[in-house]
Design a protein around this ligand. Structure first.
Ligand SMILES: N[C@@H](CCC(=O)N[C@@H](CS)C(=O)NCC(=O)O)C(=O)O
Length: 216
């Protein structure tokens, strides 16, 4: 059985967990905090969560994990069968990952964990996020999913990146990113109504609350 390592607090963990559930995998969760030390580096060479263990070995990096899981259960596809549309999905995920996800994460320490605010980082992050959002606007059809009438990996990935990037943008700049892209709000609503997304979101919200209660 697949083992999923990580913590429900993490939005990357949430992406993989919801994907496992949506695809109908049996899996076991092993709660573990990220650490850049042995023996965890054997499982996840950058010391990050999430990671999975399967018969063949260990895998980390969310997009690699999702791609592997997708190829394991092709009868519930979350990618397009057409090669070009699949590449467009990969393009979307990469843009969301690099220019919205990774950038907003640079300010998460301040927004969620009370670390000091760094104005020069904030000044670097905002223009990149703006371009990422503009690209998302350009590439999405919202009909009703990001890339057409079928849900894909890009929907799950983008949903959890935005769930984290939105509060960062709001707190740092008073910027409501959801209003910057027409169609984003109803799409977020559509995604949040999926029963398995609701389950994972509820677990994540409880983990965030527990963490906040402990640290306040
Ligand atoms: N690029 C990684 C990012 C995962 C990531 O940053 N996870 C966070 C938790 S949400 C983590 O492990 N942070 C600890 C660290 O960066 O050392 C992925 O796509 O899976």
């Amino acid at each position: 059985m697949i083992k999923l390592y990580g913590a429900p607090l993490s939005h990357y963990y949430a992406m993989v967990k919801v994907f496992l559930l949506e695809k109908g995998f049996d899996f076991e969760e092993i709660y573990i905090a990220p650490t850049y030390s042995e023996p965890f580096l054997e499982i996840s060479p950058m010391g990050k969560i999430p990671c999975i263990e399967v018969d063949e070995g260990y895998l980390s990096e969310t997009t690699a994990i999702l791609g592997f899981l997708e190829s394991c259960i092709p009868e519930y596809p979350m990618t397009h069968s057409d090669a070009f549309r699949r590449a467009q999905m990969a393009q979307m995920i990469k843009i969301v990952e690099l220019y919205i996800g990774v950038e907003s994460t640079r300010l998460m320490g301040h927004v969620f964990f009370g670390r000091p605010f760094n104005q020069s980082v904030a000044d670097e992050v905002k223009p990149t996020m703006e371009k990422g959002l503009a690209a998302l606007r350009r590439l999405s059809s919202f009909s009703p999913y990001l890339l057409g009438d079928e849900i894909t990996m890009a929907d799950f990935y983008t949903y959890y990146v935005l769930k984290t990037a939105a509060p960062v943008a709001k707190k740092i700049w008073g910027w409501t990113i959801v209003d910057d892209v027409e169609g984003l709000r109803p799409w977020l609503q559509l995604m949040s109504e999926r029963p398995l997304v609701q389950q994972v979101d509820a677990e994540r919200n409880a983990a965030i609350k527990e963490f906040m209660d402990k640290t306040s």
